[in-house]
Design a binder for this molecule. Structure first.
Ligand code: ATP
Ligand code: MG
Length: 367
């Protein structure tokens, strides 16, 4: 039979089917890997009980208050034993300042509960840090931060949750895997100059909205609203927090034409952030795509590096979706960025050799 000029020659065909086998096996393994790291039902129940207990106690100080979860406990990106991020909203006009509340709540929790309590009233965002020692029902204990009136954090949690709902399998598997990977490879620590989990989640969303073509996710902040929106409803502290949040409606009208598997997306994610992302001049913005550091006034501050300031603010730039003058990666130092990029490259190298899926995962996440 005459073969078509563009039909793959047998050798290429074998190559292509080997690749298919590799990515299918890896996708399956990634999925299985993250499933066994999800929190147990018991853990979720205990955490919800803790939230209710804390809410009851806070109401003895501020009766009109609510205690809400944000961060991974609320956006669907939580792993087993992840910390709890809680935010206290106070619905009365006359309320105590956040730092006074932190001190009072700290005293109260110390008196009334078994938590180890550390009030930080003078932090940029005043919080009370709590922890509970491990027990049979909670083998890893609990770590929890309580902040006040952090409405932007509640909204960015909701934004990430909506992105996860659009394509639960691919988005959650990618995000959860990268969270485990970054923790095991020790590049998930803003205190040590690397990136927070929140930063990695934004990198994944940015990649799926703006880098992949066709995109895996739509840009929820740029879709046309279905009904008129008023400025009062959509602004918090001067920041526009509107986004398209009717995910049922969206899924009726929009479907991604990108059919890549989780493994293909992961391989491409590592390749993009090791080779193609412009660390020197670019800002990753899930709201607006790739921006220039210059246009945001976020050039590397060379004057501070002269004095060996290890905290150069703008080595790595990720725009917060709502607080657009805030660089989520501002904690990343020169060494931290070097480490992070080194890890993206290492991961790319491992995956390029196409090992068996389980070998790949254990090499990637080796501690
Ligand atoms: P983990 O499970 O590792 O705790 P997480 O998804 O809870 O991950 P965190 O990095 O703990 O992510 O962040 C929790 C929340 O705190 C985020 O949803 C965000 O609202 C807020 N947050 C954290 N880091 C930053 C930051 N650098 N800038 C702005 N907001 C942040
Ligand atoms: Mg958290």
């Amino acid at each position: 039979a005459q073969s078509l000029p563009y039909a793959p020659v047998p050798n290429q065909r074998r190559h292509a089917s080997k690749h298919r086998l590799f990515v299918n096996e890896l996708s399956h393994a990634l999925f299985e890997f993250v499933v066994q790291l999800l929190p147990t039902t018991e853990e979720l129940v205990v955490k919800e009980d803790v939230r209710k207990l804390l809410e009851r106690l806070i109401r003895t100080i501020e009766p009109e208050s609510r205690l809400l979860s944000f961060g991974s406990t609320a956006n669907g990106f939580n792993l087993r034993n992840s910390d709890m991020d809680l935010c206290c909203l106070i619905d009365s006009v006359e309320r105590l300042s956040a730092s006074d509340l932190v001190v009072m709540l700290g005293d109260l929790l110390e008196r009334e509960t078994k938590f180890h309590v550390k009030p930080l009233p003078h932090a940029r965002i005043p919080i009370v840090k709590l922890s509970l020692d491990p027990s049979p029902g909670l083998p890893s204990g609990i770590a929890c931060d309580i902040g006040f009136e952090n409405r932007l954090a509640l909204e960015n949690t909701r934004l990430l949750m909506c992105y996860a709902m659009i394509d639960p399998t691919r988005v959650r598997t990618l995000v959860l895997f990268l969270k485990v990977w970054s923790k095991r490879r020790k590049i998930n620590s803003p205190y040590h100059g690397t990136l927070s989990s929140y930063g990695y989640v934004l990198l994944v969303i940015y990649f799926l909205v703006h880098v992949k073509n066709p995109p895996v996710l739509p840009n929820l902040q740029q879709l046309p609203p279905v009904r008129p929106i008023s400025k009062e409803d959509t602004h918090i502290d001067g920041h526009n927090t509107w986004f398209f949040d009717d995910i049922d409606l969206l899924c009726q009208r929009w479907r991604s034409s990108n059919t890549e598997t989780v493994a293909e997306l992961l391989i491409d994610f590592f390749r993009y952030y090791s080779r193609d992302f412009s660390y020197n001049t670019g800002v990753a913005s899930i709201r607006a795509g790739m921006l220039k550091k210059e246009s945001k006034g976020w050039q590397n501050d060379l004057s501070s590096s002269k004095f060996h300031d290890s905290r150069e603010r703008n080595r790595f730039c990720i725009e917060d979706p709502f607080e657009t003058d805030f660089n989520v990666a501002r904690c990343v130092t020169r060494e931290g960025l070097y480490q992070i990029r080194g890890e993206f490259m290492r991961a790319s190298r491992i995956l390029a050799t196409r090992p068996r899926a389980l070998v790949a995962l254990s090499q990637l996440c080796e501690e």
